[in-house]
Design a protein around this ligand. Structure first.
Ligand code: ATP
Length: 527
């Protein structure tokens, strides 16, 4: 593993500060450290053989050797720890020690059978330990019959600690990089599975508001400025976020999303910043968070208004310093991430209610983009229908579907509280139910009143005392729809679709309104 071209017989000298600084602060890989680790020892102690052993299952395996005595046999040497109690003791006590001839009389010399060293030669064992980990030992041997001076032993002990710390850092870096690579692959896979790989009707929109918005989105895409996407539910915030990513220089890097409303508050920090094994019950292995997954790419924080206040502070720090600490780790991780945030709630109001930090708001809202509701861009209906019907072919298998002018007139007369998502659902349902290729006015099932209207609550019959709160009306309406769908939230005909909401949005609203996943409902997962 190493070359042993020149052994050192030079006098011990205190290493120059820059040598140690380099070792402690540079970012070499584990193999580079093992290769170069012995170079540095030549500067602080005399030896004829310096060997680096790594601990593997109660054995010490030689991985590198230097000095005139280093040979192939030394490099393949393995020590059973059980046979060398004094070496084991040095590891257990984490103290370096020099050996005298008497020390070896009981257990023999670790290099017996490999090298012909004279009785009473100089020998020292230096443990390589940092934090919880013991990596192995460094041994130094000289043919001269004398014992290494305590001052030299102390110096090499300090060196051993620095080398072990550098090894630990290199190992952690390698782990994080590996996790990052795996998660990047995973994110790419998910992205292609989820589709949405076209920006849809943005730049070709007939609505001047939309076209202006698309133009500004393209301009900001070229920068790393955070963008705040505002708009009612289903107006296309996520699709616009994907378009901004694709238009940016980060397009070949991952696009990662986190829906802050869909993840239980207790798990959000780990989802964002990752965690190390054992940091909480269930953390059975190290896991990268969305920040790491999005390294060099874009992270969309959807429903940002739902982020708990304590996490808002941590997010702000991550945005300002571009560093964060995974849960349970005191190691600072650096990630280069472009942030996009989306919300349908009024963040100004959330700030007034102290549910959202003002400083985070200003950080995220440098460049706000507000998506208009569908009822304000009805001129796009024909184009949107054609686009969505074509996009749905993959699921419905129905090619060539089109909406007749009469059908369009009916769609244009509706208010679309669920916006583009509701339109997509209405079109998909109509396609499935329609025998032919044409979708006329009767093909569409549109509610005759606004979906949130509750028939039983008649304003005329109300008195000032019994005006129900909006939350109560919403709660009753959601419960009624859930009982209609037998508790089913997802999929066609599920409560989320009927209410024109994303399943995750419905779930978070149910949580807020205290609607538990009740036993009488059969809740099915996504299909
Ligand atoms: N520009 C567009 N062109 C065509 N279809 C679009 C466009 N934008 C969004 N859609 C469709 O509208 C639906 C909702 O889009 P999206 O999820 O981006 O909305 P959203 O505003 O993020 O929703 P929410 O607020 O509920 O998270 C999706 O089916 C999407 O395919």
């Amino acid at each position: 593993m190493v070359d042993d071209s020149k052994g050192s017989t030079s006098l011990e000298r205190v290493p120059e500060d820059k040598d140690l600084l380099e070792l402690a602060s540079a970012e070499p890989s584990v193999s580079e450290l093992l290769r170069r680790g012995l170079d540095w020892v030549t500067r602080i102690a005399r030896f004829d053989l310096a060997t680096l052993f790594l601990l593997r299952d109660a054995r010490l395996v030689a991985v590198a050797a230097r000095g005139p005595l280093a040979n192939a046999q030394v490099r393949g040497h393995v020590l059973e720890l059980a046979r060398f109690p004094q070496v084991r003791q040095a590891l257990e006590t984490r103290r370096a020690r020099a050996f005298t001839e008497e020390d070896h009389t009981g257990e023999g010399d670790p290099f017996d059978g490999v090298l012909d060293l004279p009785p009473g030669h100089s020998c020292m064992v230096v443990p390589l330990c940092s934090g919880e980990r013991c990596y192995g030992v460094l041994t130094l041997d000289r043919v001269e019959c004398e014992t290494y001076a305590p001052s030299v032993v102390e110096l090499v002990e300090v060196y051993g600690q620095i080398l072990a710390t550098a090894l630990q850092n290199a190992e952690q870096r390698a782990t994080f990089e590996r996790m990052h690579r795996q998660d990047r692959e995973h994110a790419k896979l998910l992205e292609s599975e989820l589709g949405g790989d076209s920006e849809g009707i943005l730049e070709t929109s007939l609505s001047p508001v939309m076209r202006d918005l698309a133009r500004r989105a393209r301009q900001v895409a070229e920068t790393d400025t955070p963008v705040l996407l505002l708009g009612e539910t289903g107006t296309g915030k996520e699709r616009l976020a994907r378009a901004i990513h694709r238009w940016s220089a980060r397009a070949d890097q991952p696009f990662v999303t986190l829906n802050c409303a869909a993840i239980p508050a207790g798990l959000l920090e780990s989802e964002l910043f990752g965690h190390v094994k054992g940091s909480f019950t269930g953390a059975i292995k190290d896991r990268a968070g969305r920040f790491q997954m999005a390294h060099r790419g874009t992270l969309l924080l959807d429903e940002i208004g739902e982020l708990p206040v304590d996490l808002q502070a941590k997010l702000l720090r991550a945005l300002q310093e571009k560093t964060f600490e995974p849960v349970g780790s005191d190691r600072v991780v650096r990630a280069d991430v472009r942030i996009l945030a989306a919300t349908h709630v009024d963040l100004q109001q959330a700030i007034a209610q102290r549910r959202f930090r003002e400083d985070l708001y200003y950080r995220l809202s440098v460049f706000p983009l507000r998506l208009p509701p569908l009822r304000e861009r009805r001129e796009d209906l024909a184009q949107l229908c054609a686009f969505l019907l074509a996009e749905q072919v993959r699921r419905t298998g129905r090619r060539g579907m089109r909406v007749t002018p009469e059908g369009l007139a009916r769609l244009a007369a509706y208010d679309w509280p669920g916006n583009l998502r509701e339109l997509a659902n209405v079109l998909e349902r109509a396609t499935i139910l329609s025998p032919g290729l044409e979708l006329g006015p009767h093909a569409f099932e549109l509610p005759t009143r606004a979906p949130m209207e509750v028939p039983e609550v008649r304003p005329a019959a109300m008195t000032l005392e019994d005006v129900p709160t909006l939350a109560k009306v919403q709660r009753e309406h959601i419960l009624r729809v859930l009982s209609l769908t037998k508790g089913r939230i997802y999929g066609p005909g599920g409560a989320a679709e009927l209410l024109g909401l994303k399943p995750s949005t419905l779930q978070s609203r149910m949580k807020k309104l205290g609607i538990a996943r009740q036993d009488q409902f059969v809740i099915e997962g996504p299909r």
